[in-house]
Design a binder for this molecule. Sequence first.
Ligand code: CP
Length: 314
Amino acid sequence: MRTTTSALRSKDLLGIEALTPEEITLILDTAEGFKEVSERPVKKVPALRGQLVINLFMEASTRTRVSFEIAEKRLSADTLNFAASGSSVEKGETLIDTVDNLMAMHPDMIVIRHKHPGSPKMLADRLPASVINAGDGAHEHPTQALLDAFTIRERLGRLQGVNVSIIGDIAHSRVVRSNIHLLRKMKANVTLAGPPTLMPAEVERLGVRVVHSLDEALEGADVVMMLRVQLERQGKLSFPSLREYYNTFGLTPERLRRAKEGVVVMHPGPMNRGVEIASDVADGPYSVILEQVTNGVAVRMAVLYLLSGGHLAE
Ligand code: CP
């Protein structure tokens, strides 16, 4: 437990699993206030002036890394971007030694992406600085789920009772884990679909429904969230071919016609166009994929602000 005056109970954001519905709502409400900052001519507020945030990305990222950096700059924080490539990690320095050395320069927060599940928690238990998980292996990606929830709430006006179908490579996805925790806490209904080889055993225990075809998943869905097939996390393909995957689980304009009018199509990115989603859908009228990216900045501003001890303005 932190001893400052933050409205969040922990000094860290390690996952959605540990958040309460009230904390999730607080982050989303705070992000609503920050969204307007990005639309001003001068896109800056002084909330984190004098604070140093280190972005420690030990795994590839475009959206999350850039979004955190922009969020930090819009809050007037000092930011430092650390990548494994070109650092002494390449000489064999461990994560702990790397972080102990960075801590000797007194950062206030560390944002970390790492391939090993649990790395952010290991740092959080060791460090006085706030640690934010920007994706740890197949475990959690909390700010992605928060920006997804923000986007759904902005589009549909609520989360409670919304039918969200998540389709694709469930087994390797940290995005789906964080989304399931968040959507169930906020009383949304979650349906999962994907090849049996990419569906974790007993996933229903998390309070979700599992179906085995794309058409079943589309029926009655308010939101369809397509997941990237994570080819880099599979030793060999978990299905016969990419063409067969597209024919079975790829979201095409024809398949989408079976969904409700006004269905919201999401994807966390990066996309494999022509594998899990057709370009005509990704760039089509139901897609909110780039809105998700825009909202990510506001959500990350809210997380940084609240962890720094800020409160939601009255
Ligand atoms: N959604 C997401 O995490 O994208 P990046 O890997 O590009 O950060």
